[in-house]
Design a protein around this ligand. Structure first.
Ligand code: GMT
Length: 375
């Protein structure tokens, strides 16, 4: 198939899923055209089946807000016409699904029919999509898509309960490339972080409010009162300052390293003992899956799609959002006993294998075929 993929090319779960899916489809013989405003972060090599089309946005003094959606729709028209695409797959509804709808209408005037698959990733529904300034367009463009997927059952249910959706939504979960995300021997790095053989806790995110990064610091403070430990905070975003400030107030700053944005997340996960993801909302939790693939158990909230990934008492523990005491107690329970820790680590990897790329990519290929046949 010749498939156009639209996504946010920056750091972030939906862009990572879109890019990794495109790369895997290309490796499987499909021709993949990425259409985005800059080169996706993980698309940094040449492949005969991979193409990148940049959306250029002309600036004009009149535009306080340059109309990205129009530039994207125009680029989609161009790429579909001249590359003769079979299908467009847009990741994150806003504004990609409505841009695809517009492109589809324009292409119809050239007698070209292009089926559109929209993948809902999370905040496009749970946060931004529900905003009254976007929700009518989100509802309309989901209903106008030829196929719709969601990354968890919970996100599907949430979408159906909040928006007036007339079509079926197929659940296709996030996936992991185990050839990249696996436990790597990095003893020297571990030694540098934890010279006294302390336990290493880790959190990776975009440090937005929804991630509750200050809860991570509070959990760590309680763990540290019982067990010698270190915390790695990976990523950057609006809440980083608050997290740094809290770590100083609580007197744990010297045992926390804020590493900023990192590419080689798997290297950091490889030296970690426990992953903390206390999010207020999380449609799937790709970051937790990346950790599990590197044999890191997970302390998470029980929100959104997290219970579909993290098995309570087996691969980690689930607690109510904001229940820092329970999360800390569960973290200590896992970390205080080396035999128990090993059991949780093994179970985390076993669970991650359910979501390996080889299991999930065929679900997309199958869905594309169904959508093309039915549209
Ligand atoms: O987590 C974020 O804020 C980024 C966001 C995105 O779209 O880039 O992630 C969402 O999509 C990921 C990939 O499908 C999911 O694994 C994340 O759980 C989801 N984030 C939230 O729902 C908060």
């Amino acid at each position: 198939m010749k498939i156009g993929i639209v996504c946010y090319p920056t750091f972030g779960g939906s862009g990572v899923v879109a890019t990794e899916l495109g790369k895997a489809l290309a490796a499987n013989g499909h021709q993949i055209h990425f259409i985005t405003y800059s080169q996706p972060a993980r698309l940094d090599f040449f492949s005969e089946n991979l193409f990148y089309h940049e959306v250029t946005i002309s600036k004009y003094p009149l535009f306080d807000f340059p109309p990205y959606e129009l530039a994207l729709a125009s680029k989609l028209v161009d790429v579909v016409r001249f590359e003769k695409l079979d299908l467009l797959h847009v990741h994150y509804a806003i504004p990609h699904a409505s841009a695809a709808f517009m492109a589809k209408q324009i292409l119809a005037t050239y007698n070209i029919h292009i089926p559109v698959v929209t993948t809902l990733h999370g905040t496009d529904i749970t946060l931004v999509g529900k905003d009254a300034s976007y929700s009518p367009v989100v509802t309309f463009s989901i209903n106008q898509s030829d196929g719709v997927t969601a990354v968890s059952n919970n996100l599907k249910e949430e979408t159906l309960s909040y928006f007036d959706i007339k079509r079926d939504i197929r659940v296709i979960p996030n996936f992991i490339d185990l050839s990249r995300f696996s436990l790597k021997p990095r003893q020297h790095f571990k030694q540098a972080i934890a010279p006294g053989d302390e336990r290493i806790l880790v959190h990776t995110s975009n440090f937005r409010k929804v991630k509750r990064t200050t809860d991570v610091i509070r959990i760590f403070k309680k763990v540290q009162e019982k067990l010698p430990s270190k915390l790695l905070m990976v990523g950057d975003g609006p809440e980083r300052t608050a997290a740094e400030q809290l770590s100083r107030e609580l007197g744990v700053a010297n045992d926390i390293r804020f590493l900023g944005k990192q590419d080689a997340i798997e290297e950091i996960l490889s030296v970690s003992d426990l992953f903390i993801i206390p999010s207020g909302s999380e449609s799937f939790g790709l970051a937790a899956l990346e950790a599990m693939a590197c044999k890191v158990p997970v302390i998470s909230s029980n929100t959104g799609g997290l219970p579909e990934l993290n098995v309570d008492g087996v691969t980690g523990f689930l607690s109510e959002v904001g229940d820092v005491d329970a999360m800390a107690a569960n973290a200590i329970h896992i970390l205080e006993d080396s035999v128990r820790l090993e059991q949780f680590k093994d179970a985390a990897l076993d669970r991650a294998k359910d979501f390996q790329l080889a299991n999930i990519m065929p679900l997309y290929e199958q869905y594309y075929q169904e959508v093309i046949a039915g549209s």
